[in-house]
Design a protein around this ligand. Structure first.
Ligand code: ADP
Ligand code: MG
Length: 359
């Protein structure tokens, strides 16, 4: 498999994550550029999600909500994968199922060689230091009555076995690491800005040296001006710690800066996956194309624009055929009858569409 490092020129001031140990540079025959070959998945997969399915029961009606429907992918050691999709497509449910904050209805979640999908609550407690999750809303994630220093110390108390003095030293080191002033450690959450609070959440997440960090829209609630700094910090931490990251966002541009690979989700199904560069430069699925063209300025490449028509179907009634057919500009009758599987495109990509190659 060939992964790509985003070029600094294309991605502006973002450095792009350096690829982790085991990746080797290769000369690409096609473009003459340099790509990066990832070691075989079997050697390096930290996480393998297989046929992950989650159904909820609607609280009032009792109807079944099909939130996640047969999702499969792997995440390599030290790899950052972006999970993109509109609101309600099942992104947070996937993140929570992997961190085992909820139990999948079906499927396997193999983390570091063990299927944790059916683990008991007690077993899942042993995962807390290995898989961390950072949420969209830092205000809701932090106890408002605790000072910042204690909030950062909390995971160390639970998981590190360090004594009080060593813990305090580590809290200060963590604050420095996420570029939070030492003075902030004595403050309460309401005295800090959203960006500073998200730094606190990130410090808590890296405190236990997790192997996997799930970031669920970590910059979506922040002012535009601080988003870039937080993304920069995350890319830097990924490089330094070698932790794998699942970066969830409804915003493709955000994911582009930070991810080696991208998964595109629609109505609880992956419709496209592949290396970031390929997905952004040559999106294969009409939904990915629509998402990307929605970002283009009106004066942009108008000929390429694909508009999303109609409403996203309800997760209460999954369509019989392709999940995207009701909004797809190139759907044919067959697309309403049969559901396309995720078929490989080249060596490192896949898309679920009967109409690949049709513009
Ligand atoms: P996203 O993060 O992509 O916005 P979610 O994973 O939060 O999507 O939600 C996917 C679908 O599952 C939505 O239709 C949502 O309403 C539903 N859902 C999520 N959590 C629950 C829950 N605890 N109970 C019932 N329905 C839920
Ligand atoms: Mg969400």
């Amino acid at each position: 498999m060939v992964g790509w490092r985003p070029s600094p020129r294309r991605y502006g001031r973002f450095p792009g994550p350096t690829l982790a140990a085991g990746w080797t540079p290769v000369k690409l025959a096609e473009s003459g550029g340099i790509g990066y070959r990832r070691p075989a998945m079997a050697e390096t997969a930290l996480l393998t999600v297989d046929n992950l399915t989650k159904r909820f029961r609607a609280p009032l009606s009792g109807d079944t909500i099909f939130a996640v429907n047969g999702v499969s992918f792997s995440l390599g050691v030290g790899e950052t994968v972006g999970l993109v999709g509109e609101s309600g497509s099942g992104k947070s449910t996937i993140g929570r199922a992997i961190a085992r904050l909820l139990t999948p209805s079906e499927g396997a979640v193999v983390f570091a060689g063990e299927d944790i999908a059916r683990w008991s609550t007690a077993q899942c407690r042993t995962l807390r230091d290995k898989i961390q999750i950072v949420f969209q809303n830092p205000w809701g994630a932090l106890n408002p009555r605790m000072r910042i220093g204690r909030l950062i110390e909390e995971p160390l108390k639970l998981h590190s076995g360090l004594d009080g003095g060593a813990r305090r030293q580590r809290v200060e080191a963590l604050a420095d690491r996420v570029r939070l002033s030492r003075e902030a450690l004595d403050r309460f959450p309401h005295e800090l800005s959203g960006g500073q609070l998200q730094r606190v959440c990130i410090a808590r997440a890296i405190a236990t040296k997790p192997r996997l960090i799930i970031l669920d829209e970590p910059t979506s609630s922040l002012d535009l001006s601080v988003r870039a700094d937080i993304l920069d910090l995350l890319a830097e931490l990924q490089r330094e710690t070698g932790a794998a990251m699942l970066f969830i966002s409804h915003d493709l541009e955000t994911v582009r800066f930070i991810s080696h690979r991208v998964l595109v989700l629609y109505l609880g199904r992956i419709v496209e996956m592949g290396p970031s560069q390929r997905v952004f430069e040559r999106p294969a699925h009409p939904y990915t194309r629509a998402l990307l063209s929605a970002r283009l300025p009106v004066s942009g490449r108008r000929g390429d624009r694909v508009r999303l028509e109609g409403e996203i179907p309800s997760p209460l009634n999954l369509p019989k055929g392709c999940v995207f057919a009701s909004r797809c500009p190139i759907a044919i009758a067959d697309c309403l009858q049969r559901s396309p599987g995720l078929d490989p495109i080249g060596a490192d990509s896949a898309a679920a569409c009967f109409r690949l190659g049709v513009v």
